[in-house]
Design a protein around this ligand. Sequence first.
Ligand SMILES: Cc1ncc(COP(=O)(O)O)c(C=O)c1O
Length: 314
Amino acid sequence: MELIPIYEGGERLFYNENLFLPSTYYEELIKVVEMNLIRFYPTPWADRLVEALSSFLNVDEGSVLPGAGADDVLRMLISGADRVGIVEPAYSMYEHLARSMGKEVRSSVYPDIDPLAECDLIIVNTPNNPTGLSYSRGFVEELRSIGHVVVDEAYVEFSGSEGFLRDVDETLTVVRTFSKAWGLAGLRVGYAISPEEVVTLAKGRSLPYQVSAPSEAMAIRALEMSGLVHESVKEVERVRERLTGRLRAIGFEVPDSSTNFVFIKSLGREAWERLRARGFAVRLVDRPGARGIRITLVPWEVMDGLLEELEVIP
Ligand SMILES: Cc1ncc(COP(=O)(O)O)c(C=O)c1O
């Protein structure tokens, strides 16, 4: 099996998928999909996956809320809120989810938190998409004094830290996914770690059976192969360091990334279009507090080609 990014517009550098995992990883995952997994219903709340995550992360089973990707888990959590606070720059789905459920939304731009007063649920993303930066514990503490904080840790595995997992309590929930470091965006599996009461309430407001049986089985198998994922993360870190250094040497402003992408501040539509035309499909970012171009880290040969294009950008 060859691992070819499925995108006709050139190199796919806009989704932050993990392209460093070997094909053997995926071959092993597919092996666990057997007939009965598509013939019968899964358990309503992916019991086997919850059990596997609980022992992998060393948390109580009751604190695991599984869903069809982090987006689905965020939807379940947001559904219980009255007023949703969003710390910008942020992943655009938060606002979309909150508004689609008729919630009042208030935004602030890091590090200002004043506009978030009176929010009962605050979503903060660290390590941050789009900047790649990790926020301090002190900043998250400040948010906790306002309302229940949902820390979206979609990229935490690339940060070399445990994130806020051990800080989970009635004021804090952590959301994670198999889509990024685990290289399984197509499976649509994510989860929250949250106090048991929050998990129970979220389930009560949501739909069961969101994690399909094949997805559940493959996610469990992936956890057993965490060594391969860890090695791929090390590769990402090497490429990240090399690319960041080269970009800074050209003169670009690049924040320290704790993720599998880098953010080049200030580059705009012109550079984005130029890169696309040359076969590098990167993400154009224009959010409060972050304007620039976001580039998914992929094997070095591609990054090298991209650098050649960036070197001649005026
Ligand atoms: C910060 C952040 N949270 C959540 C997600 C979505 O994750 P999932 O694929 O698990 O829905 C993404 C995907 O880009 C993301 O960047």
